[in-house]
Design a protein around this ligand. Structure first.
Ligand code: NAD
Length: 356
């Protein structure tokens, strides 16, 4: 098969880590006889420098014409003082909107080889965990009506949480089909004891669940979920939740894995095209030093194969190669212990390539 992939390398460590993921995709292409055509587009600070805007029209058109998009990271101190409408982050929101991406998938798993990096107690770490957070990305309180007004106690501000049945149904479907491909368990996270949107969320999720064989759905209040994630993360398979709850819980889940440099993400809409990127930023403090960990971006490429192209064996191959490299003791600086000799970004990439 032939696939056209738009590369948005971005700023800071973005170019080095995307180059690593491209090398991995090329190796997969050779091994399984696929052709991946790559076209690079500008977004973020580098686009501001070159064109005066963070998300040039050419980039949006290129991404819309591609089969999927692989992004590094955008932003950095150089552009921090620009006004909000021409900040690098505008590129991310603009791309998500242009591509109609309403689902954010964030897997978080504990690698046995890195269990020493997990901040949780040893008996919890021993059980391991492998969960998938499914976050609604374009609705809820971040997009609801907001404003300032005079209230009973003087000046006040308000933000509104609103969810339609359609928005809940479509994210619930993503969670149910993901669970069917995993261990068949969904926890739907809400605050139904207080919020009306959560009560609609809960009834809609359960109605959608009836369409899916082999999936067990349970509800959990968001405050309890925050506790359970550190008390026993092994109990979770798929979690599905709103934009704001997902924003907070997915960061909590990422922290218990031990390093930000390992975690991939996918943003999806109705079709198969997605936007795949590591969860970390452009790490300007280590850009150009060769210290970046390429694993989160390499695993984002694996998610692209799995979710956009349906290439499950190929995605498994990449994930196994990463696992094997970690088991063999390969470490970049962010995950190294005092007695390890850290590998550079290129050396870690080479170790992973050797295992595909
Ligand atoms: P960051 O994620 O870039 O870095 C936080 C810390 O983690 C730094 O010490 C960094 O060196 C380290 N780190 C991050 N990724 C790493 C990797 N792959 N390997 C090794 N170490 C890694 O967050 P920040 O410093 O708050 O933000 C830096 C810039 O990135 C800012 O301009 C911010 O706006 C931007 N940002 C972009 C995105 C994105 O493009 N999706 C996300 C978050 C932040």
């Amino acid at each position: 098969m032939e696939y056209n992939i738009a590369l948005v390398k971005g700023d800071g460590i973005g170019p080095e880590i995307v180059d690593s993921a491209v090398a991995v995709l090329e190796k997969i292409g050779e091994k399984y006889s696929h052709t991946f055509n790559f076209t690079a587009y500008l977004a973020g600070g580098c686009a501001i420098d070159e064109t005066g805007e963070p998300l040039p029209k050419k980039t949006v058109e290129g991404c819309l014409n591609s089969d999927s998009v692989l992004l590094g990271a955008v932003g950095g101190p150089k552009w921090d003082t620009l006004p909000g409408n021409i900040r690098p982050e505008k590129a991310l929101l603009g791309l998500r909107a242009a591509l109609g991406l309403y689902t954010n998938l964030r897997p978080a798993r504990l690698y046995k080889a890195l269990s020493g990096k997990c901040p949780l107690r040893a008996d919890i770490v021993d059980k391991g965990f492998d969960l998938l957070m499914v976050r609604e990305l374009t609705g809820g309180i971040y997009f609801g009506e907001r404003g300032r007004r005079e209230g009973k106690y003087g000046a006040e501000a308000y933000d509104t949480e609103a969810y339609s049945v359609m928005e809940i149904e479509r994210i619930a479907r993503v969670a149910m089909s993901a669970a069917q491909k995993r261990r068949g368990k969904v926890i739907s996270v809400d605050k139904a004891n207080v919020l009306e949107t959560s009560r609609l969320w809960r009834e809609t999720v359960h109605r959608v669940a009836e369409e899916y064989d082999g999936v067990e759905v349970k509800d959990m209040l968001v405050d309890n979920t925050a506790m359970q994630l550190v008390r026993d993360p092994s109990q979770f398979d798929v979690l599905v939740t709103t934009n704001m709850f997902g924003d907070i819980l997915s960061d909590e889940a990422s922290q218990i894995t031990g390093s930000i440099g390992l975690l991939p993400s996918a943003s999806l809409g109705d079709g198969t095209r997605g936007l795949y990127e590591p969860i970390h930023g452009s790490a300007p403090d280590i850009a150009g030093t060769g210290k970046a960990n390429p694993i989160a971006t390499i695993l984002s490429a694996a998610m692209m194969l799995r979710y956009s192209f349906g290439l499950i064996t190929e995605a498994d191959d990449i994930e196994n190669a990463v696992n094997d490299a970690l088991d063999a003791g390969c470490r970049t600086a962010d995950i190294a212990s005092d007695d390890d000799t850290p590998l550079s970004c290129n050396e870690m990439t080479a170790e992973i390539l050797d295992r595909i």
